[in-house]
Structures are given as C-alpha cells and as structure tokens.
Design a protein around this ligand. Structure first.
Ligand SMILES: CC(C)(COP(=O)(O)OP(=O)(O)OC[C@H]1O[C@@H](n2cnc3c(N)ncnc32)[C@H](O)[C@@H]1OP(=O)(O)O)[C@@H](O)C(=O)NCCC(=O)NCCS
Length: 434
C-alpha cells in the first residue's frame, strides 16, 4: 500500500467508523509467518475506530498437536465427531492459539479478552452416530461482546462453546464467525485464509453477488478449493442474513487485510448482499412521485425540470429506489442510438434519506445495467453534484466536446454551464455500492 492510498482510505473511514467487522482467522494462516503483520493490520483498523472481533480456527494446530503427541483424533476441523481425546487436543491447541493472538495484540498495546460468548449445544446424533463433543452455536452473548467492544477491548474467540452446564463443545470456526457477525450486525465478515482468490474457468473472481456465489457454488463446486468451501457456504449465509460484505482473503500476503478493506480492487474475493433489491425500473404510476421527489432539486437548479410527457417518453430509462411503496430516490440512464454511450441523469435522493448510501447504490446500479448492456462509456452533466460523481462514482471531469452533438447543443443553449463528467467502463473498475 502506498502513502497516496491513504487519501483513498479516507473515503471509506467515515462509513466504517464505530461499525463492527468480524475477522475469522484460519488456523493455517496463523501457523504462518505473517501473523504479526495481521495483528498490525487489526491494530490499524482499531485505530480508525473500526470495532473488530476476532474469531479463529485451530484445525492446523490440532492436526500438528495430534501428530506431536501421537494422539489419534477423530477430526480436526470441527465438522465430524469429537471424541474425548480429540476434545482434549482441541482445547489445548485452540487455547494456546488464543493466547498467542492475545500476546500479539498485547505487543501492539491493544487490550483483548477471551469472552465465554459462544453458547453451544451438542450436535447430537446424526445418521445414528453420536457426534459426542461436537457442538452447534446456539446463541451469541451479544450484550457481553458489545460491552467489551465499547471498552475498546478486542474479543478473541476460539472455536469452542459452552453449554449452560459449563461443558465445552468444539464448534466450527466459520459457523462461530457467522453467528457473531449476525448477532452484532457486522458490516463485514472477513475470512482470512491461506488461499488465493477464487477462480472460475481460470479467471479470478474479484467480487460476486450472493446470488452469483450461490450459482457458482452449485455449478462449479470443484473449482472451490476444499479449504474454502465452508467459507463460501457461510459467506452466502451471511449475505442472506443481512451482512453486506463477506471477503475471502489470503492472509499470507503482506498487507492483505488492509488492502482488501480499503482498496477498490482488493486482493481477495468479495461476496456482497443484494443491495439493489429496493431498486426497480420506473412505472407509469411513479411519474408523479418522481416529479414530486425532484421538485426541490429543480428549484435549486440541481436538476433540469422534466414534464410528465418527457418522463413518460423515456420511462424505460428511469429507475426508482422504493421502500414501503415510497419512492425515495431516482436515476435515469439514457443510452445513445448506437448503444455505446449513455448519460446518467436525474440522480436524486430524498433529503430525509440522504447519507444512507442510496445515491451510491443508484449510481452503481445504473452502471451495472450499462455494463450488462455493453455500454462503453457513461457521462453525466452536473452543476452541484460533480464532486459526488468524481469521488463516489469514479467519474472524471472532461471537456463538453465529448458530448454527442445534440446533447452538446442543448448544453450550450441551457446556459447552465454544467460540468461534464465521464467514466470509461472498459478501463475503470465497477463501482460498488457502500
Ligand atoms: C448527490 C446525492 C444523489 C447523494 O445521495 P446520498 O444518498 O445522500 O449519497 P450517499 O449516501 O450514497 O453518499 C453520501 C456521501 O456522498 C457525499 N456527497 C453527497 N452530496 C455530495 C456532493 N454534492 N458532492 C460531493 N459529495 C457529496 C456525502 O458527503 C457522503 O460522503 P461520505 O460517505 O464520505 O460521508 C443527493 O445528495 C442528491 O440528491 N443531491 C441533489 C440532486 C443532484 O444534484 N443530483 C445530481 C443531478 S445529475
């Protein structure tokens, strides 16, 4: 990461401040040399007031300890039967690892704690076989974790849970991470693994929607490395449960965690929840709502006035953001006759709902629609929102000469002196909603 990237980071920091990230550290990555760098990355996140909860696995350590002590174990990833010998090895290996993580955090002046926040119950008998000490997360003590986080203390959670009688169960660390993220309504769940990005047909996958991830998991299960299958499955579950972003990142790469969180093109694969479900194409019944919505912006000359007939004529180009049948935002995408370029226009979010990411979602949505339609370039004209297009949408100021002849003529005649912005979709990465 370069010093110049710090400026880019500032775009993200306000929206992440005081939010919870759950970081699920794989045992395999903690066995490597990069653990101290990962701890430093976590310290940086805390310094930006991002509340991180650490959940760790211990599969690798359990495997190693069983080999060292010649203790035969029934399974090492917490997914099969846990007999008493396996539980004993798992307790020693997992607790040692928790301790090592806490040593690392202490060395960078961070306060940390191992809370008994995972309440588990036995998995029980499956296909007639008693799974013994293998547990399932029953509930997360959300109150305890919130109090710890509020005191600036990092919770470090091993793949172990307690039941009401004080018995210990081994639980799958990915399931623990998902349960914690869900309980704390985390904005991100980050699986730090020892694997590179996911691929499909040899192509790396930077990001995919939860629906794409589910289709990928179903259609090409063999392309997912065995170590990542549980991450993908739990990642899909997380997105469906309202966690906006799940990242799978190779923790062996230097600065992996920070790069993934703060750079547009992260180094891992991101699965994102469907943030577009409130957006739909406008219908005839919406015309009045659109006109009412933009009235204020028209008066303040932020948006050009549009008559009912004008909107109806291009109704297919309009999209609305609707919650409980109230239209709270709108945007239009007007493609040119050749279908090569398109204008983004009439972007507006109700003043009562500003700063909730709706504007960025609308902008990212029409960009996605444009890309899917093979549009190569977007442009927009703006008098007062050009900085939004530049900073949040990746547009750049360009000369009005790039405008199609007819649009250029209108631009001149209007006397509004709007700035012209453009985005080349062939060379620029896709904008992601917050
Ligand atoms: C611009 C607009 C669409 C943003 O919608 P929104 O839902 O509030 O935006 P988001 O919540 O996605 O993003 C908010 C971020 O954008 C920034 N932002 C909002 N308006 C901005 C502007 N005019 N210039 C620069 N940044 C702006 C906010 O400061 C905030 O930044 P932060 O996340 O770093 O704190 C909305 O303010 C609006 O409708 N403006 C008036 C209409 C207009 O001028 N439309 C353009 C005509 S093409």
């Amino acid at each position: 990461m370069k010093v110049s990237d710090l400026r880019g980071i500032l775009n993200y920091v306000p929206s992440y401040r005081e939010k919870v990230f759950v970081i699920a550290l794989d045992g395999a990555v903690l066995a490597g040399d990069n653990i101290s760098n990962l701890i430093l990355d976590i310290a940086v996140l805390w310094s930006l007031r991002i509340r991180t909860v650490l959940v760790h696995g211990a599969g690798q350590q359990i495997k190693d300890l069983s080999a060292q002590t010649a203790t035969p174990i029934s399974n090492y990833d917490g997914s099969g039967i846990t007999d008493p010998a396996t539980l004993s090895v798992a307790l020693t290996a997992a607790n040692r690892l928790t301790h090592e993580i806490m040593e690392g955090l202490t060395s960078v002046d961070m306060r940390c704690i191992y809370p008994n926040a995972i309440i588990a119950h036995p998995v029980g008998i499956i296909d007639g076989i008693d799974q013994q000490h293998t547990g399932k997360v029953e509930r997360v003590d959300e109150d305890l974790l919130r109090r710890v986080l509020a005191e600036d203390i990092v919770p470090v959670i091993p793949p172990l849970g307690f039941d009401g009688a004080g018995r210990t169960f081994r639980v799958n660390s990915d399931a623990v991470a998902l349960a914690v993220a869900r309980a704390l309504r985390a904005v991100k769940l980050i699986f730090v693994t020892a694997n590179d990005k996911l691929t499909r047909g040899g192509e790396v996958i930077q990001h995919m929607s939860v629906d794409e991830a589910a289709a990928y998991q179903k259609s090409c299960p063999d392309e997912i490395p065995p170590e990542l299958r549980s991450k993908v499955a739990h990642g899909i579950g997380a997105c469906r449960d309202g966690i906006d972003r799940v990242h799978i990142v190779n923790g062996k790469v230097d600065e992996a965690l920070l790069s993934e969180v703060f750079l547009n093109e992260g180094i891992g694969t991101m699965i994102y929840a469907n943030q577009y479900q409130s957006i739909r194409r406008a219908m005839k019944k919406d015309v009045q709502s659109i006109q009412n919505l933009i009235k204020r912006a028209v008066q303040s000359q932020e948006i050009l006035p549009r008559t009912r007939a004008m909107i109806l004529q291009q109704l297919n180009d309009y999209y609305v953001f609707e919650v409980d049948r109230n239209v709270l935002g709108c945007v239009a995408l007007h493609p040119d006759a050749e279908g090569r370029r398109a204008e983004v226009a009439c972007l507006y979010v109700s003043a009562s709902h500003e700063n909730q990411g709706i504007g960025r979602r609308l902008l990212a949505y029409v960009e996605k629609v444009a890309r899917e339609a093979g549009i190569e370039e977007l442009f927009a004209l703006s008098t007062q929102t050009f900085a939004f297009f530049e900073q949040k949408g990746g547009f750049s100021a360009v000369s009005p000469d790039i405008l199609p002849a007819k649009r250029r003529e209108q631009w001149e005649k209007s006397g509004r002196n709007s700035r012209v912005l453009a985005k080349d979709l062939r060379s620029q990465p896709a904008t992601m909603p917050v």
